[in-house]
Design a binder for this molecule. Structure first.
Ligand code: 28F
Length: 674
């Protein structure tokens, strides 16, 4: 019997909005802060689609004090007529029917439906209320709400208050407005994060050349500069506009703020190959690390995938060809490696294709093998076209010169390493063993390593630890700031080498997260300026050279308490000033306060209880929410460009250095994490 097979995607359509309520995670990943923003992105995506199809050029997003958000585009407006088959208006279809994968009709040049691609109905199902206005000569309006029906004893999700109505009010506008309030019964936290929203909208503006996106946050005040150059709050709400005539070329420039480019304008190219739209922008700098940011259908793919592979091999092939044709490489010379060409490279790769498949730990890796070849040939074609133009000769000669330099360092470093290994391999391994107090257990999932500021705190931690699963690595003084350092310089640093061998999974492109010895790498430094600096330096190192360690959520920041509040037989610890007030009240009359100036002041027992015991400690998990923003931030804060850093800090003066950094690296606080 020829039975039609239904896939999971088909089933999603068959199910109603109740299913979304029942298992929100299936549709938006989680009901945490990420999921909350996801329902905003579903609406924004539809507006972006309308713009990508050429019908809209402006999108306005507003965040309101009551927790609601609105999105408006100036496109055609969602169809208001009744669909003959469903007997529903286009608006009702969009907000009450689940759409799987390839959104809407086939004729549209639409590539959305990325991560979940379930559409605006999911936003409706997970909102307390949602209102739509469509501007098509007159204003059409429809609203929906979710509520608990006592008689039916069930939750009603995204129910229309009535059919779509033509209010007959004349309008010169055209487009769609969607206004919704995330349901607190679904989301434990319903505050949109201004930073998250603004960086994503900014990114979308880069990815959609010429599109004007505005963001207004009525919960926040606009910060203005007074005549004296001071910063102050104005009476106006926060407002920002993002619009880039240069598209991803402007994106590359933006990422290179604070770096020194090797040539003035990014190299960029755009073409379509076998149904894949490929766009890239490249600009080399005097830095040593590579920063490639890739996107598929406007969705970031920090874990890479087949499109990035094609891009990398395309660059290597095309630039080796150029190096030979320009005479920089002679017949007898070996080809340059991809790594050589990518030293100091900043690149944005943006592709659009149908039926995308995301894979990997964080579902942010493109799993479509068919994407590779089109991207590779588009990259080669683009670079060939650009370097056959005489006026670009200087640019390409600079790139080859930089790559030749990288190659020479690479060869020299290899020789030095081999020589060193042959001479005193025993020596170096002994010093490594001396510093690290390794745990006895052999299960990486259970093991943790504390990287501790200072030998004395390191000593206390060694006494306090449970040696079965806790390793201690004390750091003497400030570790090396790896930003702006070449790999060979970084490897010359003993503390860094110790960390690499302790973690045990290699470094840089060779880093293999499957090999890590610890599933918790915990940075433990004092709660003062020096401690924060050390924390920044270590995070920079992990971000640049063990990115997957951070992406996988294996990096944590240990939070020692700031105060001990005690009397006779009660002791309480406070981790910040608000908590201090609470704890004083709790301990009551006759309390005493000790302020910890550093980890070193604690006894082994205290350190165990407050900072190391999984049942009672505070750990902050470090994750990367927005790799491009984090990269820019680190360049600004950790690099040598003093002027750039000053400007950056002036613009972000409300936060101190570390707060800004950490904000971007998105922290989740967990008390008692086991
Ligand atoms: C603020 C969020 O959602 N904008 C949208 C359109 C335009 C069309 C459309 C959307 C109707 C039933 C498929 C118009 N005219 N912004 C938005 N703008 N959806 S969503 O059509 C969806 C169809 O199912 C549109 C002609 N074709 C399409």
């Amino acid at each position: 019997m020829a039975e039609k097979k239904y896939t999971a995607e088909d089933l999603k359509i068959l199910e109603g909005l109740d299913a979304v309520r029942l298992r929100p995670g299936m549709y938006i990943g989680s009901t945490g802060v990420k999921g909350l923003h996801h329902i905003l992105w579903e609406i924004v995506d539809n507006a972006i689609d309308e713009a990508a199809n050429g019908y809209a050029d402006e999108i306005n997003v507003t965040l309101y004090a009551d927790g609601s958000a609105s999105v408006e585009d100036n496109g055609r407006g969602i169809p208001t007529d009744i669909h003959p088959k469903t007997k529903l208006s286009g608006v009702e279809v969009v907000f009450t029917k689940l759409h799987a994968g390839g959104k809407f009709d086939e004729h549209n040049y639409s590539f959305s439906g990325g991560l979940h691609g379930v559409g605006a109905s999911v936003t409706n199902a997970l909102s307390s209320w949602l209102k739509v206005e469509v501007y098509r000569k007159t204003v059409y309006a429809m609203s929906f709400r979710s509520y608990y029906d006592k008689a039916l004893k069930k939750y009603m999700s995204g129910i229309p208050d009535g059919p779509l109505v033509d209010t007959k009010k004349k309008t010169k506008k055209h487009g769609t407005l969607v206004w919704f309030k995330p349901d607190p019964a679904v989301f434990p936290v319903t505050d949109f994060n201004l930073d998250t929203v603004s960086s994503r909208l900014n990114e979308l503006a880069f990815l959609n050349q010429g599109l004007k996106i505005t963001l207004r946050d009525e919960r926040a005040k606009q910060v203005i500069e007074t005549e004296g150059g001071e910063r102050a709050e104005s009476d106006e709400p926060f407002f920002e506009t993002y619009c880039y005539q240069g598209g991803i070329s402007d994106f590359a420039r933006y990422l290179n703020d604070g770096k020194t480019p090797l040539y003035k304008d990014p190299i960029c190219y755009r073409t379509e190959k076998n149904g894949v739209l490929v766009e890239f922008a490249i600009q080399h700098t005097t830095e040593f690390i590579e920063s490639v940011f890739s996107f598929v259908n406007n969705i970031p793919t920090p874990e890479g995938g087949f499109h990035e592979m094609g891009f990398r091999s395309g660059i290597t092939k095309a630039l080796n060809d150029y190096a030979r044709s320009s005479g920089a490489l002679k017949d007898k010379d070996a080809n340059l490696l991809g790594d050589d060409f990518r030293e100091g490279l900043t690149a944005v790769l943006s592709i659009k294709m149908k039926n995308v498949q995301f894979e990997g730990q964080t579902k942010s890796k493109l799993g479509n093998p068919e994407a590779r070849q089109p991207v590779e040939s588009a990259t080669i074609e683009g670079l060939n076209a650009l370097f056959s133009d005489k006026k670009n000769k200087k640019v390409f000669d600079e790139i080859v010169k930089k790559a030749m330099g990288a190659m020479k360092v690479r060869v020299a470093a290899r020789q030095a390493k081999d020589a060193a290994r042959a001479k005193n391999s025993l020596d170096s391994s002994l010093t490594l063993v001396g510093k690290l107090a390794a745990c006895s257990g052999r299960k990486p999932e259970q093991n943790e390593i504390f990287i501790v500021e200072g030998d004395s705190a390191g000593g206390t931690a060694k006494q306090a630890r449970v040696r079965q699963y806790q390793s201690i690595l004390p750091l003497r003084g400030k570790p090396l700031n790896v930003e702006k350092k070449r790999l060979d310089q970084i490897l010359a640093n003993e503390e860094i080498r110790t960390m690499i061998s302790a973690i045990g999974a290699g470094l840089g492109r060779d880093f293999n997260v499957a090999k890590i010895n610890y599933h918790k790498v915990i940075i433990l430094s004092d709660a003062d300026q020096d401690g924060m600096h050390i924390r920044c330096i270590l995070l920079t190192f992990f971000f640049r050279y063990m990115r997957e360690l951070v992406q996988g959520g294996y990096v944590y920041i240990g939070m020692p308490p700031l105060y001990k509040v005690y009397k006779k037989d009660v002791t309480e610890y406070a981790y910040d000033d608000t908590e201090l007030a609470e704890k004083i009240e709790k301990v009551g009359k006759g309390y005493q306060i000790q302020r910890y100036k550093g980890l070193g002041e604690m006894s082994a027992e205290q350190l165990w209880e407050t900072t190391m015991n999984p049942a009672t400690r505070n750990l902050i998990q470090v994750t990367i929410d927005d790799a491009a923003e984090a990269d820019r931030m680190i360049t600004m804060l950790m690099g040598e460009n003093v002027e750039g850093r000053k400007q950056f800090l002036a613009r972000n003066a409300n936060f101190n250095k570390v707060d800004t950094f950490i904000d971007k690296v998105d922290l989740e606080k967990s008390k008692g994490d086991r």
